[in-house]
Design a binder for this molecule. Structure first.
Ligand code: PMP
Length: 425
């Protein structure tokens, strides 16, 4: 890494404050029909967006319109519906590519981050790694960015090494630098932690890895929904993301990869759609990205994701980030007033994901009782067992905010928390 300045590129709060005011956030919230419902007779406070995001009417309508008016399979039928479906599906690929600043042909559409990382593991890493090679991970990875690499290590004899964290939940960049030895073939790192909210300086990390000949895989699941992400500018080799956390339908996501990797990778799954010719004695595979998209895709889902990125684009991701930072500042301020509540993760510039524990109360009990107050948060280990082991806790509560949340909800959350604690006292 070339200097500390490049490793901490978080925009300052002052720059963000201007953008937060640029949008009518009450009107934006009204775009999300589900947020108007009640739960257990109380107005819903949905603080679980890191788990899955809610969907604006534009996305729901796009999926509905596809099934009502255009439903057909893609890339097969010559009839009118078939060409409408194909055009809508490929149009979505182009919109998702534009949103992330990459070429549509370098974007493999798939079911989400888990699939995307497994595709890299099986198709890129398995044929390339061997005994003596190192796969470098970080302590804060989601299981989706750990388990596939363990499977690769088991099959190839490669070894996994881990970069640890500093007490505030930032990545230990000195340790990372030291661990980037000649044996490291692959570095897998999350852009934003789903537990701590830590935003890793992935552009600086990938630049340094590239200089040392290390291939990089970035898990963008928690980044794309919350901040502007220019994948091309990050300079990684692979970038994986999931659609359902960024206002899109479940079962959608993508892997972006450098063209040269996609061109050199064998198919992961075989079947229809990924070939140009099949004979009984051999098959000619389609060019990327279709080579990696066997079978009928989630057509309606991607049309919904296309609508989601249009929606986010219209909001402006800088505005989204600024809004969420403003909500986070208020949330932190309110939580600081709660006795016995400890927030886990205080990295500078963190995203609006707040994991916490409360003295004497189990996380699941707290989440269950909050649910009865209409408040939805997640409790447990958040698919991050190694991180929870490091934190020294068996479970945490996690409140994760999105731009459609409100200051009133933050106050309702704190009031509900007080009520629950009185019940438990
Ligand atoms: N990585 C991170 C950081 C995540 O938060 C998640 C979802 N919780 C995933 C990977 C997995 O995403 P999916 O289940 O959509 O494949």
């Amino acid at each position: 890494m070339n200097g500390p300045g490049q490793l901490h590129p978080h925009p300052g709060p002052a720059a963000q404050a201007l953008a937060a005011d640029a949008v009518d956030w009450a009107a934006v919230r009204a775009d999300f029909p589900l947020l108007a419902r009640e739960v257990h007779g109380k107005p819903l406070v949905y603080f679980d967006s890191a788990n899955t995001g809610q969907k604006p009417a534009a996305v729901i309508d796009a999926v509905d319109a596809f099934y009502r008016h255009h439903n057909a399979n893609v890339s097969r039928a010559v009839h009118q519906l078939g060409s409408e479906a194909t055009e809508a599906y490929e149009g979505a690929r182009r919109r998702i590519a534009r949103f992330t600043n990459v070429r549509p042909d370098d974007l493999v559409l798939c079911s989400g981050t888990t699939f995307a990382i497994n595709l890299v593991a099986y198709s890129w890493a398995l044929p390339r790694l061997g005994p003596g090679d190192v796969i470098l991970l970080t302590r804060m990875e989601h299981h989706a960015n750990i388990v596939p690499w363990q499977l690769v290590a088991q099959r190839t004899g490669a070894r996994i090494e881990v970069v640890e964290l500093l007490p505030d939940g930032s990545l230990d960049l000195d340790m990372l630098r030291d661990k980037m030895t000649g044996a490291v073939k692959l570095l897998a790192v999350t852009h934003v932690s789903n537990v701590l909210g830590t935003v890793n300086p992935v552009a600086g990390i990938c630049r340094e890895a590239r200089r040392r000949g290390i291939t990089t895989v970035v898990d963008g699941s928690q980044a794309l929904p919350h901040r502007p992400v220019d994948i091309a500018a990050i300079g990684c080799d692979f970038y994986a993301f999931t659609g359902h956390k960024m206002c899109g339908p479940t079962g959608t996501g993508a892997l972006w990869a450098r063209r040269e990797h996609l061109a050199a990778m064998p198919p992961f799954l075989g079947g229809g759609e990924m070939i140009t010719e099949v004979r009984l004695d051999g098959t000619v595979f389609a060019d990327p990205p279709r080579r990696f998209e066997a079978g009928t895709p989630n057509i309606a889902g991607f049309i919904g994701l296309g609508a989601a990125v249009d929606y986010l684009d219209a909001l402006g991701m800088a505005n989204v980030e600024a809004r969420e930072q403003e909500l986070l500042a208020h949330f932190n301020e309110e939580l600081r007033k709660v006795d016995g509540l400890r927030i886990l993760g205080a990295a500078p510039g963190k995203a609006a994901v707040v994991s916490f524990v409360v003295d004497g109360v189990h996380a699941h009990d707290l989440a269950t009782l909050l649910d009865l107050q209409g408040v939805a948060i997640r409790s447990g280990q958040h698919c991050a067992h190694p991180l929870l082991q490091w934190l020294g806790v068996t479970a945490t509560c996690r409140a994760s905010l999105a731009f459609y949340n409100t200051h009133d909800e933050i106050e309702a959350f704190v009031a509900a928390l007080g009520k629950v604690r009185r019940l438990l006292a």
